[in-house]
Design a protein around this ligand. Structure first.
Ligand SMILES: Cc1ncc(COP(=O)(O)O)c(C=O)c1O
Length: 411
């Protein structure tokens, strides 16, 4: 196994206090990054700084603290706009997570654009957050939901897609699968769907943390992400929406801050993006998210991707050497990110995770909120190791030894 990236990894690790701790007397090997990532000191300090020094509500009072809090909150929006290369800061809406972002996109877009008999298309590799909202809304609207198959190589089945995209109103798909690691070509898929005149929703919860995103290049209509999967705090997500569409669709929640004028019989809505940010926002965590974006920008998303891509090739090679191990997802590292779902012959995924935990290795096991995909793979569950910028080849080595130990103990 190579050791090339080790020195930079050590520098990065120093920023993450949790990575210094031990679990069951062993060094923590954190490989559950697709579930949530660890936070650097810079983000942790930003939360404490807000509460210690300028805690205040935003967009309301004129006093000094309120101005400082409003400025910090709105500067996170500028950072998110830059990070995603959105055209306009008004297109960035803060939500509580990617799930809420996808619910806003689905509920509000459907209320405006979906009629009885219309068709919505998703794929078999969607996380429940990009499946259940469409399932429920199409039912309520009397529309149909069609699901594009995943092929043998764990890619979207192109011929099935071509057939299903005909006369479609909305196409929603993930940019990177949280189970297979498959990276979908969002730009090309958006173009195919736009050629059919439909609205395109991209679930970027697993892509935005790992490689550069250019929304002006992709040209999708909506894009969703979660702060906690990219070094930021929990409780914050982001919905990008194309401005013309956000102006047309109704608000998601009603209440304070999202209104312009309220009369007894009628209310008018605030400007974008605040029309979609009802009530007091999660101010501290949005500010923390901005600091996480600064951190990633300083490292450079191209460098994050390069590191994970290099690791990906080694991980595939090392996992491929293990006996009795089935790995799900593309075999070609150019088609995937560093999320690896696997099963160790005959051993339940939860037992694998629990034996690895005894060795200080944190992975996830279960259906990964993707039961449609589990049915397709014909498994109830998988184990999943997901890597990030602070994971090095020592973590890979620990995982490989850990899996060998599982086989010895349980096979
Ligand atoms: C692909 C994908 N979409 C959406 C989500 C939902 O993210 P959150 O739970 O932060 O809303 C996840 C979370 O794992 C995910 O992996």
């Amino acid at each position: 196994m190579q050791q090339s990236a080790t020195s930079t990894i050590q520098d990065i690790r120093a920023d993450f206090p949790i990575l210094k701790r031990q679990v069951h007397g062993k060094r923590l090997v954190y490989l559950d990054n697709a579930a949530t990532t660890q936070k650097p000191t810079q983000v942790i300090d930003a939360l404490s700084d807000y509460y210690s020094n300028y805690n205040s509500n935003i967009h309301r009072s004129v006093h000094q603290l309120a101005e400082e809090a409003t400025e910090a909150f709105e500067s996170s929006r500028n950072k998110a706009k830059r990070f995603l290369n959105a055209r306009d800061r008004e297109e960035i809406i803060f939500t509580k997570n990617a799930t809420e972002a996808l619910n806003i996109a689905s509920r509000c877009a459907c209320e405006k654009f979906l009629k009885k008999g219309d068709k919505v298309v998703v794929t078999e590799m969607e996380h429940h957050s990009n499946f259940v909202p469409w399932q429920q809304i199409t039912k309520r609207a009397g529309a149909t939901l069609e699901i594009v198959s995943v092929d043998e190589d764990c890619q979207i089945d192109e011929s099935d897609l071509e057939t299903k995209l005909k006369d479609v109103r909305i196409f929603a798909f993930n940019h990177m699968s949280n189970v297979l690691g498959t990276i979908n070509d969002a730009k090309r898929l958006t173009k195919l769907a736009h050629d059919q005149g439909c609205i395109v929703v991209v679930d970027g919860a697993q892509s935005a943390p790992h490689f550069p995103i250019d929304l002006q290049d992709i040209e999708c209509d909506f894009f969703a992400l979660s702060s906690h999967k990219m070094l930021g705090p929990t409780g914050v997500g982001c919905l990008y929406g194309r401005k013309e569409i956000l102006e047309e669709i109704p608000p998601f929640l009603y209440g304070g801050d999202m209104i312009k004028e309220v009369r007894i019989n009628e209310t008018t809505w605030n400007e974008l993006p605040w029309k979609f940010e009802a009530g007091t926002s999660n101010i501290a965590d949005v500010i923390g998210f901005g600091v996480a974006l600064d951190y990633l920008r300083d490292i450079g998303m191209q460098n994050v991707w390069k590191h994970e891509h290099e690791m990906c090739e080694d991980i595939l090679e090392e996992l491929g050497k293990l006996k009795d191990l089935e790995v799900y997802g593309p075999k070609d590292s150019n088609k995937r990110g560093a999320v690896f779902s696997f099963n160790v012959g005959g051993v339940h995924a939860h037992d694998v995770a629990s034996i690895l935990d005894d060795q200080g290795i944190a992975i996830r096991s279960g259906h990964h909120c993707a039961q449609i995909l589990m049915q397709k793979l014909q498994v109830p569950a998988t184990s999943r190791a997901s890597f990030y910028l602070y994971n090095g080849f020592d973590d890979l080595e620990a995982l490989i030894q850990g899996i060998k130990h599982v086989s010895e103990v349980l096979s």
